[in-house]
Ligand binder design. Sequence first.
Ligand code: UD2
Length: 315
Amino acid sequence: MNILVTGGGGFIGSHLVDLLLLNGHSVRVLDNFSTGSRNNLPSQNERLEILEADIRDPKAVEQSVHEVEAIVHLAAIASVQASVEDPVGTHAVNLVGTVNLLEAARRHGIKRFVFASSAAVYGNAQQLPVTEDTPLAPLTPYAADKLASEYYIDFYRRQHGLQPVVFRFFNIFGPRQDPSSPYSGVISIFMQRAINGQPITVYGDGEQSRDFVFVADLVELLKQASVTTNGSELPMNVGNGQGTDLNQLLKLIGDFSGKELDVEYVARRPGDIKHSQADNCRLRQRMKYESRYPVEVGLQKTYEWYQGQELNSLA
Ligand code: UD2
């Protein structure tokens, strides 16, 4: 199949591209490489086409869907904090970009559309685990744009016969996640700091927990959705239904490194949620989903990858 992956140069997108190529598909990547990187992608593969362009540019988007059979839309400014600081700029990418793509898909008769939404649409959910019927409470521009994107996608489904699959991602982690901002994924930050022997900051008591999903499990699901399903009316949580707290993470990372970690506990971040855990029943009913990487296994693989990066940078 011919598949377009927007944001294909990013952390999640590039793993999906690898998997699709491995499975014999042809892939076009649309990415402006603002946060993603060409280094995440294979340098030579005749089934891979890279279009360096912006999701905000309707002409480029139109070009990107040419002769495509399915779209996986991952391009976004994935930082909640960026959306708080620059709502106009992030909105142009996170919502207007989605609508550009939906319009192009409609004009070209492309039905299959897989979208990366976020657990952020639930805000600070009161009841755990979080089912998809939990009241929606987007608390940030990022969350509002993800939710609005879901509504637009549903409009195209009802009006134009789009066959979408919408996933609400919980906390994804793995190799290639960029640890460079204080708001990057906590696992990427902790690992990089542990490997460099730098101090680690925990905001709060470290008992806050998240439902961590290893990126290889996620991209299996994205592949399945892009090549086999006929779409689904309802969004699906992507989580394992298990909470892991930061102190548990630190214990495991300490074990991998064989060193005492330098950990400092400071005040919790305002607005930070205490626990997040997905109810993934709908996902398991509708998709073939089984986590092949329990958190400890995914963490070990991720740790080895960051360690390799460090060794490469020293070489
Ligand atoms: C995740 C998503 C975010 C949004 C949100 C919705 C990631 C990277 N972010 O934010 O995009 O969807 O869920 O609820 O997946 N922490 C530390 N020290 C650090 C960094 C983080 O203690 O150096 C804490 C942080 O305060 C939080 C926890 O670690 O309690 C997880 O932080 P995160 O940024 O990885 O993810 P989260 O759940 O806040």
